[in-house]
Design a protein. Structure first.
Length: 393
């Protein structure tokens, strides 16, 4: 067996793969463009949601394209056999295809546990066949909650803004007054609309947890602690790297065929998994990213619950401190007096708060300030005239 050739593949495999990556990235650059948001863009999501449906979605798609280019349009596996008998040798392309399709394996060394089977324990590695499909499916899953929320939202925020973004003059001031009256009249009617938002925020967190669980099953239960094991690994020791356990570079493959007399001949092959040079780095990044995303998503949900509790307290008590906290939660301009805003902050529920927050996020500071002033006046007028909500009229 040509051992020097094996070492050459192991050393140069990452370099060759890096060259193919550069080619793929050049191709991706032609169709993946980061477009600037137009002046009339209306945002109906949060920063945490953008981490899911923008950053994670793009990251998984790029990883999928990289693996696909190498796995299905390159040489994902290179197997070497004993060349002492050239007549009985298996063609290299046949051997490579066979070992890739049937999956190769590694021999598990002594671990302190008793192996009850015959011979050495074996660990099969078939995950690489599914990697591009799994990454593509995961990218769709991370984009799904935002797509569902956009469909559920139905353009309510965009339609309510009516072009009110950064300037208030002439006709826009009348539109702002109309919007304030509309909001005051529709108070407490956004429950179901807002429920879709909170459900999608919860789906973001569940999506990360489910994807971590699914990835762990795909990698044979080695993903949950993968990042922690990498942090604890010391390059100075002679211990085996965690990456070599999960993503081995050298694997074994047995090719069985019938000989001239009908007996089964076993051809032992050593396979170089150059693709695992990329896999180990992709899933190292994904482990840290998923962990960070789960933490941020969990904190975002806790923040939403805290805001809801704050709004309940502000509506039940007229204390100025509660009004100040509610004002900051809504993102209202600090120049407005909290006592002046108390007719607003004391009457909002979770649906009203979400709608008002999304309006403020898409308005300039001056526009939002004037809108809040108009809203206070509209609510005072509604209270004085005993204006009933639309659904009771």
């Amino acid at each position: 067996m040509d051992v020097s050739r094996i070492h050459l593949y192991v050393i140069c495999g990452g370099v060759v793969l890096s060259g193919s990556m550069l080619g793929v990235l050049k191709e991706l650059k032609s169709w993946v463009k980061v477009s600037r948001r137009s002046s009339d863009h209306v945002s109906v999501d949060t920063l945490v949601s953008a981490l899911h449906h923008r950053i994670t979605f793009a990251m998984l798609l790029i990883c999928c394209a990289l693996l696909t280019s190498r796995q299905y349009f390159g040489d994902p596996i290179l197997c070497i056999q004993d060349s002492s008998d050239d007549d009985a040798a298996i063609p290299n392309n046949v051997l490579n295809t066979y070992c890739f399709v049937t999956s190769s394996y590694t021999v598990v060394g002594p671990t302190g546990e008793t192996w009850q089977g015959q011979g050495d324990a074996q660990r099969r590695h078939a995950y690489y066949q599914w990697m591009p499909f799994v990454l593509f499916l995961q990218s769709l899953l991370f984009a799904s909650p935002h797509a569902a929320w956009c469909n559920w939202e139905g353009g309510l925020v965009r339609g309510s803004l009516m072009g009110l973004k950064d300037e208030v003059h002439g006709p826009n001031r009348d539109k702002l007054r109309t919007l304030a009256r509309y909001f005051a009249a529709r108070l407490h009617t956004f429950h179901i609309w807002a429920a879709g938002f909170y459900v999608c925020q919860l789906l973001n967190l569940l999506n990360v947890v489910i994807n971590m669980f699914f990835t762990d099953k795909l990698l044979g239960g080695n993903f949950y602690e993968y990042g922690l094991q990498l942090r604890q690994y010391d390059l100075q020791t002679l211990e085996r790297s965690p990456t070599d356990v999960v993503f081995p570079k050298l694997t074994k493959c047995l090719f069985r065929k019938y000989g001239p007399s009908g007996t089964i001949q076993i051809h032992d092959a050593l396979c170089v998994m150059a693709l695992n040079v990329v896999n180990e780095k992709i899933f190292m990044v994904l482990w840290y990213w998923f962990a960070l995303l789960a933490l941020v998503s969990g904190l975002a949900l806790l923040w939403r619950l805290l805001i809801l509790g704050l709004l309940v307290c502000a509506s039940a008590h007229s204390h100025s401190f509660m009004s100040v906290l509610a004002q900051r939660a809504l993102g209202t301009p600090v120049t407005l007096d909290p006592v002046y805003l108390s007719p607003v902050t004391q009457r909002l529920d979770c649906g009203d708060w979400l709608f008002l927050q999304l309006l403020g996020a898409n308005m300039g500071t001056r526009v939002y300030r004037e809108f809040m002033e108009q809203l206070v006046q509209a609510m005072e007028q509604a209270k004085q005239s005993d204006l009933q909500p639309l659904w009771n009229s």
